[in-house]
Write a protein that binds this ligand. Structure first.
Ligand SMILES: Cc1cc2nc3c(=O)[nH]c(=O)nc-3n(C[C@H](O)[C@H](O)[C@H](O)COP(=O)(O)O)c2cc1C
Ligand code: SF4
Length: 508
């Protein structure tokens, strides 16, 4: 009874939100989103990567600042300050022993099913379907794969948490909301190699016992949205989706859900509420989505890049994957370098390379002879890496130990043109604009810190204001409900710790 109710509620949500820009959201829900009426096409971007590159084109940046609604990250950070989706594809380079995530892209696009199959596509799924679900779960466990969406949670453990729930309706969701300014990894994975995501999701559905999946694509990625829909049609026609996948007893259906423009919808509980058609405020956990997720059912939610790793792992074995990387961060990571580098673009590296290697060897230093001032990886709601910590290796624990993180893997360098107080004002302006408003420290604190730093930039702030900022940041760190508020606090703490000489003189 309950199942059929859920199914009909799911179907009506599917119908009402099927197309990009469909204006069928409930009024109280629609008011949450920034881009429910479209509005970003051809607009200039004011994300952090473009902020750091604004001196290359001040006119375009001024244009971006006039946008209402604001446009925060178009996934074109390699060409910042960016406008529209008209740029050529960014360079793709594999700098690891295995090109697990970007290997096919480095050779060109593999959009069509035939092209993907010629490169071994869907062989992992065909093999897995002849084996047991436990075999897939054990392989993912052994790989040591951790989520690439930011938190680095062990993927095998998450899959087992869903698989161990009682049989019944379960869901698999790919988080393709990639809103971190500076990150354009998932965008190009989906646009240029969509079947790898689809195969990874079908394998996930098989392993955890799910029969339905969604790919939640952000509004700012219309090309990825359309390409994925076409790829799903191809996969369905080839028998990889629908009833009796690959001629087996396993059935799995998959569809694209188009977002409406909200950074916080990348947070997992917010994303689930968004698909349900509810106002997507963040929910307290527990219960976790693995137990009570979409429409109250057990749900596996993984980042796009996480799922991209799965076909390779199933084909080559968990041990082969775990042999790459270092420490507790196994395998490879895709990185996207912003336009301040001499060689911006997409890179695949093994965990363990240093931040200096990424900046100097891969990125080739800064464009136009700029002087590096710091790097933000996986931001902007994450700690900044100052120059004296560039030898820190890329690893979940290693970067967390210096107050930074792997995040989503977007790498934004900033140079002498970026004033640190202006950077803080920019990041908190973004934070306040995107706060879901569910908890007070983030809702009130982000706006107030932004206001104080705007005053500081204008030369109108006191030492008392700086102390107020410190207190607000502590409150946000300790009491925010989700990573948006705590991430903003981590960003601010790192700035206050590493750049006091630029901050303190602004407060008289
Ligand atoms: C404010 C906020 C935004 C987030 N945005 C994304 C996102 O765009 N993509 C993503 O994969 N994860 C994002 N996350 C993390 C997700 O909540 C979740 O941890 C992740 O998708 C789980 O997948 P994984 O285990 O494969 O990393 C965000 C988290 C927060 C707090
Ligand atoms: S920290 Fe911010 S985004 Fe997260 S629940 Fe609280 S108000 Fe919402």
């Amino acid at each position: 009874m309950q199942e059929s109710g859920l199914a009909s509620s799911m179907n009506s949500t599917q119908e009402t939100n099927r197309t990009h820009g469909a204006h069928t959201l409930r009024a109280d829900v629609e008011s949450f989103y920034h881009l429910s009426h479209g509005g970003h096409t051809g607009k200039a971007c004011q994300g952090t990567a473009c902020f750091a590159a604004r001196h290359f084109n001040p006119g375009r940046w001024a244009e971006a600042m006039q946008n209402d609604p604001r446009v925060y990250c178009l996934g074109e950070c390699f060409a910042g300050p960016a406008k529209g989706q008209t740029k050529p594809r960014p360079p793709v380079r594999v700098s690891s022993r295995e090109g697990i995530v970007l290997g096919r892209l480095a050779g060109g696009r593999v959009r069509a099913l035939d092209a993907y199959r010629q490169q071994g596509g869907y062989a992992a799924l065909a093999a897995a379907l002849k084996n047991t679900t436990e075999a897939v779960l054990a392989t993912v466990d052994k790989s040591g794969l951790r989520g690439r969406g930011g938190a680095g949670f062990p993927t095998g453990r998450k899959w087992r948490a869903v698989a161990s729930q009682p049989p019944g309706q379960k869901y698999v969701i790919a988080n393709a909301d990639e809103g971190d300014a500076g990150a354009y990894i998932d965008r190009y994975l989906m646009e240029d190699d969509p079947h790898a995501l689809i195969e990874g999701m079908i394998l996930a559905g098989f392993a955890v016992g799910a029969s339905k999946g969604y790919i939640y694509v952000r509004a700012e990625y219309p090309a990825a949205d359309a390409i994925l829909r076409a790829a799903l049609d191809e996969a369905r026609a080839a028998g990889w989706l629908g009833a009796r996948v690959g001629g087996t007893e396993f059935s799995f259906e998959l569809e694209v859900y188009s977002g409406h423009g909200s950074y916080v919808c990348g947070e997992e509980t917010s994303l689930l509420r968004s698909i349900e058609g509810n106002r997507p405020e963040v929910m307290a956990r527990p219960p976790y989505p693995t137990e009570r997720g979409l429409f109250g059912r057990p749900t596996l939610l993984n980042n796009v890049e996480t799922l991209f790793n799965i076909p390779w792992i199933v084909t080559h074995g968990g041990e082969a994957y775990a042999a790459l990387g270092f420490s507790k961060s196994r395998g490879t990571k895709a990185l996207s370098l912003n336009s301040l580098f001499n060689r911006p673009g997409l890179y695949e590296v093994e965990f363990g390379v240093t931040v200096r290697h990424i900046v100097e060897e891969l990125g080739g230093g800064l464009r136009g002879g700029g002087t590096l001032k710091g790097v933000i990886i996986g931001g902007p709601i994450i700690g900044v890496i100052p120059l004296h910590l560039l030898d820190t290796p890329l690893g979940f624990e290693e970067l967390a130990a210096i107050g930074a993180g792997v995040g989503h893997g977007g790498v934004v360098a900033f140079d002498e043109h970026t004033s640190i107080p202006e950077l803080v004002e920019h990041v908190f302006s973004f934070g306040a604009y995107e706060s879901c408003g569910k908890c007070t420290p983030c809702r009130g604190g982000s706006g107030r810190v932004k206001e104080i730093f705007a005053n500081a930039v204008a030369g109108d702030a006191t030492k008392g204001d700086l102390q107020e900022c410190r207190d607000l940041v502590t409150a946000m760190k300790l009491t925010s409900l989700c990573g948006h508020g705590t991430g903003l606090a981590r960003f601010a703490e790192s700035i206050l710790r590493h750049y006091p000489k630029e901050i303190e003189p602004c407060f008289k």
